[in-house]
Write a protein that binds this ligand. Sequence first.
Ligand code: UDP
Ligand code: MG
Length: 137
Amino acid sequence: MATEKILILIKPDGVKRGLAGEVLARIERKGYTLENIAWHAATPEKLAAHYAEHVEKPFYPSLVEYMSSGPIVAAVFSGDSVIAGVRSLAGSTDPTTAAPGTIRGDFGRDWGTGNIENIIHASDSPESAEREIAVWF
Ligand code: UDP
Ligand code: MG
């Protein structure tokens, strides 16, 4: 399979809790290559482009509030099958039940905020990755 790219975001909860280095280190240690990295304050416009598939969902307004609650780190990693590999490292969406050993399973939990705060975003397809990289870089 051809070399792929993925866009990851360390979400505001990950940055606030001092987990940016840990998240990046896990992806690097798996063997993927860090291609680009940037510090961002999310804007409503960037989030609408990034989360295009979720803009009409009922949880979208609270997702915007969560994603705007502090700075985020955006990064691009590359490698064969990097999308499947990083999503596997990230774990499933709900951090309460995400498998131990994954980023979300090891560091995330339900904080009673009503938002699913889960440390990391990871693109789910080559098409999403291309669109999301263009949003942040
Ligand atoms: N999310 C939420 N409520 C939901 C579903 C998702 O707040 O019912 C948030 C959560 O932070 C999640 C993000 O929206 O990570 C994107 O949702 P998606 O289903 O794409 O999950 P992911 O790809 O991040 O695992
Ligand atoms: Mg998703």
